[in-house]
Design a protein around this ligand. Structure first.
Ligand SMILES: N[C@@H](CCC(=O)N[C@@H](CS)C(=O)NCC(=O)O)C(=O)O
Length: 221
């Protein structure tokens, strides 16, 4: 059985949501982010992203990590794309053209959107949104996101889904990236096609099950 290292409050949501969609059993090994632990190197600390035992598996020291029969992948989007090709049926690519598009959108999300979207979530998580600096930060981040979100809006208004006119791993990857931005309530107001598509993605039973597990997980061990 493939093994997934990570916690539900991490980018492991991406492979965990996909596994729920396709009914794939994973051997889930909890690995906490080190910043959630007071002394991550203490002998009694739970397995975490600074534990030597985990770094021996993935020296990048981040989660999620997939071990598929000795094939180790330590990038969440590489993990989901691999899972979809190997076990995903129609949630994976039907041909090389779809494969290329699924990779294209994963890379676009990771390089053009994720940083600014995550910064919006962090700003709100730290309660800075009501300060002058926070408001200026939000405006700057929304300005950075304007072009890539316009690209995504045009694509979804035309096609309805990321790739192939059906729900696929490409939707999971992009929806989980866009989710960060929704910490800012105004983020999707100019983008109705993105907002409608995200709501449809998040209404799926496998997303809801993943989200319930995530909320049930404590923030710290
Ligand atoms: N690009 C990587 C980023 C992974 C990443 O940063 N994961 C965070 C959790 S969402 C982490 O493991 N942080 C570890 C730490 O801060 O010690 C991916 O998508 O897998």
């Amino acid at each position: 059985m493939p093994r997934l290292y990570g916690t539900w409050r991490s980018r492991a949501t991406r492979p965990l949501w996909l596994a729920g969609e396709i009914g794939l059993d994973l051997d889930i090994v909890p690995v906490w982010q080190a910043y959630r632990i007071d002394d991550p190197l203490a002998p009694e600390a739970p397995l975490n992203t600074r534990s030597p035992a985990f770094l021996a598996i993935s020296p990048a020291g981040t989660v999620p990590v997939l071990d598929d029969d000795g094939l180790i992948l330590g990038e969440s989007l590489a993990i989901t794309l691999h899972m979809a090709r190997r076990w995903g049926g129609d949630l994976g690519p039907r041909d090389e053209g779809e494969n290329a598009l699924m990779e294209h959108w994963a890379l676009y999300g990771a390089t053009a959107i994720e940083d600014a979207a995550l910064a919006l979530q962090t700003l709100h998580g730290e309660g800075r949104q009501e300060t002058d600096a926070g408001r200026a930060g939000i405006a700057a981040l929304l300005a950075r996101l304007a072009r890539p979100l316009a690209v995504l809006e045009g694509h979804l208004a035309r096609d309805g889904q990321m790739v192939g006119g059906r729900f696929s791993v490409a939707d999971i990857n992009m929806a989980e990236i866009i989710r960060y931005a929704t910490a800012e309530p105004a983020a999707l107001a100019p983008w109705p096609a993105i907002a409608g598509w995200l709501a449809r993605c998040q209404s799926r039973p496998a997303f809801k099950a993943m989200w319930a597990r995530r909320l049930a997980e404590p923030a710290r061990p």
